[in-house]
Design a protein around this ligand. Structure first.
Ligand code: C2E
Ligand code: MG
Ligand code: MG
Ligand code: MG
Length: 291
């Protein structure tokens, strides 16, 4: 008995569907309070220069703290938030929080990038340019420190809709990255016509890198193409040192993945960044005030 999409009333009698809808309803109602409730949390995952090992930036990843203290991963509530429109206040919160944290790190002497994920439906529902600008100005962060991640599929489907908004942001120095690149159908030549600063190679390529010659060839040529087009590159989902070494050897600039660090609380980031800087010593005398 499938989830008939037919609107024939049939699904009302499907107990499995009813459960799914009950859970969705619960999430929707809970989310309503989440933004004002202080129950949304950002974790940060390091992005690393593969040659020097230096941490160049972090990606902000959203979690929702539950009453029992557990953290709900984004895929369990963001799709619902996109449907209901709650994605707008949620993203506004994410941008505020990310810029607040970035300003704190700047204040503590750290110069790193902050990558924030943007859902495609956002562009149909609100003026993203104004939303991003508000956060940047309020917290006085350098626009060049901010990077907006949009998935490949979103960029293809909605290019017309938000190319103008993205272009305006880019003129201010905000960078745009294509997330999960390689999972959709975008060709690099197509992407190069959009406004794009960085491409994030999807984890699925990186997973098979060590044993799959075809994937090696694909990744190698993507790296070369990007370099020739002046697009920055980062590989996602690096879990093993062999992958990091292979990518560095083939001139992939940056990497991100559990091998370098899982998404973590803000408090853990500053120490890691300092430890990754050249010339840093365990008993060095510098570290600035606590952040
Ligand atoms: P994404 O932007 O592609 O983020 C990478 C996801 O892969 C994260 O999952 C991260 O924890 C996970 N990951 C990173 N390195 C590794 C690795 O080495 N191995 C494995 N197995 N996984 C790795 P997470 O945090 O559950 O986020 C899932 C997705 O939710 C994100 O995918 C992004 O599309 C979306 N998302 C997260 N935060 C936000 C947000 O604030 N706004 C919007 N619109 N979407 C968000
Ligand atoms: Mg991302
Ligand atoms: Mg990704
Ligand atoms: Mg993903």
């Amino acid at each position: 008995k499938a989830k008939s999409g037919g609107g024939n009333g049939y699904r009302l009698y499907n107990p499995a569907m009813e459960r799914v809808e009950a859970v969705a309803m619960q999430i929707e109602q809970g989310l309503h309070h989440a933004v004002c409730n202080d129950s949304l949390v950002l974790h940060y995952q390091p992005q690393v220069d593969l040659r020097s090992g230096r941490i160049t930036g972090v990606e902000a990843l959203l979690r929702w703290k539950q009453p029992d203290g557990s953290l709900l991963p984004p895929m369990q509530f963001l799709p619902i938030a996109e449907e209901t429109g709650q994605i707008v206040p949620i993203t506004s919160w994410v941008l505020e929080e990310a810029c607040t944290q970035l300003a704190r790190w700047n204040h503590a002497g750290l110069d790193i990038r902050m990558a924030v994920n943007l859902s495609g439906v956002l562009f149909a529902r609100t003026d993203v340019h104004t939303m991003v600008m508000a956060a940047i100005e309020r917290h006085k962060v350098n626009p060049a420190q901010l990077e907006l991640e949009l998935t490949e599929s979103v960029l293809i489907r909605r290019a017309k809709l938000f190319n103008r908004q993205l272009e305006k942001l880019r003129q201010l120095g905000v960078a745009v990255a294509v997330d999960d690149f390689g999972t959709g159908y975008a060709s690099l030549s197509y992407l190069s016509r959009l406004v794009i600063d960085r491409i994030k190679f999807d984890k699925s390529f990186i997973d098979r890198l060590e044993h799959n010659q075809t994937d090696q060839t694909i990744v190698r040529s993507m790296i070369m193409l990007c370099r020739n087009l002046g697009i920055r590159i980062i590989a996602e989902g690096i879990e093993r040192p062999e992958q990091a070494r292979w990518l560095a050897r083939h001139r992939c600039e940056e990497g991100q993945g559990f091998y370098f660090g899982k998404p973590m609380e803000a408090a853990q980031i500053a120490g890691l960044v300092r430890a990754s800087l050249p010339g840093w010593q365990k008993d060095g005398n510098s570290p600035v005030s606590e952040e």
